[in-house]
Design a protein around this ligand. Sequence first.
Ligand SMILES: C[S@@+](CC[C@H](N)C(=O)[O-])C[C@H]1O[C@@H](n2cnc3c(N)ncnc32)[C@H](O)[C@@H]1O
Length: 465
Amino acid sequence: MMNPPELQTEEMLRPPVNRSMRVLDRSFFNRRIPLSAARIFNSQNISAVRNTLTKSGDGLFLPRITTIRKDPDPSLAASGRKCYLLRPSLKHNDQGSWGPTVSEMVSQQNIGVIPYELEIGYNDWTYQEIMEAILPEEAAEGELPTGFTNVGHVAHLNLREQYLPHKHLIAQVLMDKNTSVRTVINKVDNVGEESEYRTFQYEVLAGPDDLMVEVSEENCLFRFDYAKVYWNSRLNTEHHRMVNNFKPGEAVCDVMAGVGPFAVPAGKKGIFVWANDLNPDSYKWLDDAITRNKVANYVRPFNEDGGKFIKRAAVELLSTDHGVKKVVKGPSKRKTLNADGPKGADVGEQSVVIKQPKFFSHFVMNLPASAITFLPSFIGIYAGPEFAGQEIPMPMVHVYTFGLKGDDNTPEFERICRDASELIGAPVTLDDPETEVFDVRDVAPKKRMFCCSFRLPREAAFRKP
Ligand SMILES: C[S@@+](CC[C@H](N)C(=O)[O-])C[C@H]1O[C@@H](n2cnc3c(N)ncnc32)[C@H](O)[C@@H]1O
């Protein structure tokens, strides 16, 4: 472990640089750094010495490096003697570099100043620091591939072209530095972006090709094969926001439910959800999540095309009798004396049946690339003879879509409402206080994901074919 002689100590406190490394060589990062240390004569004084030297700025400041160490002399170390690492510019053999605090402590015989060789290695550097040391120079300009999404034990990278020659190296360091990561994958092309089930093509860069993951969201546990179904951990805030719109006892139709990140947490809140997805694998893992999270009383899975499901579900809900028995607390104290008990007595718990409503209060369609094109399915949704004479509350429709990113979103919001109006054949306008276009998140430099929520216009819902 020889240091290049021209290196100054300060430089050695950064990881050594090797931009031609292709296979991870952890030992390359080992260094012995000549420093000085304060030998603490009285072990009772350790924290006092450390506090004084930290305050005066004479201590070594290097994140993650322990500055209180065993004395380098083995016989002193054996008797518990410690030393405190000092700033690199303070040299044990140059009293002129000590400064007033160290000089005074030495003259009072609190400390001695001794040479200390600090051994430092791969484990002492962060992922970021190692990336800066091994990736091409542009990396220093803040272009580091630090962004990855964690799905259970899988780290999912989407590496830019310039990093592809270093992909295995990046993956290995990423895995070393994140103990919960067991497999690192990289998205290989954009074909998956447009795939029917919103899955993607990937290559495994490190660890086993095992994408069976377990993730937790909103206190619900999901298990699924990430290679076969859609999941995006970055949507958790949006899932939470949407579920907050639903009230216990309401019925919700989740038209493109995936493995259930809206449906299952909503079920836990006592909301009746009919959750559908066209992908048989999504259906399988949605069903699994329903059982796993014990929401089968509230969430029912379906596996068909969303466009057809919208009308069919509306009709079937009307003729479905379903309820959930629930134990609720009665009023805590009796107000009057009656035959059942004395005044002031606790009436305790009682069992009630929460009936599934006959009409959906919300329809959710999260398939931003094309969900808006499913809006014509709402035309005439309540025009069938089975609905005649019913008093039907109009549902809220929440449709996700992509749009252009700009400083002012208003033109894009208006464009989305215009598209929705055209497709549904009735006005959807921002003048209606119930209409909202919510800015969900950035998906690319010029692309954003929005959610357009509006009350289904009656004229669309009752229009005869
Ligand atoms: C963007 S994902 C959203 C999944 C889930 N709602 C979420 O928030 O994570 C879109 C889902 O729509 C499903 N899908 C695609 N085409 C569909 C269709 N015609 N009918 C129903 N579901 C469809 C996909 O399989 C995928 O699970």
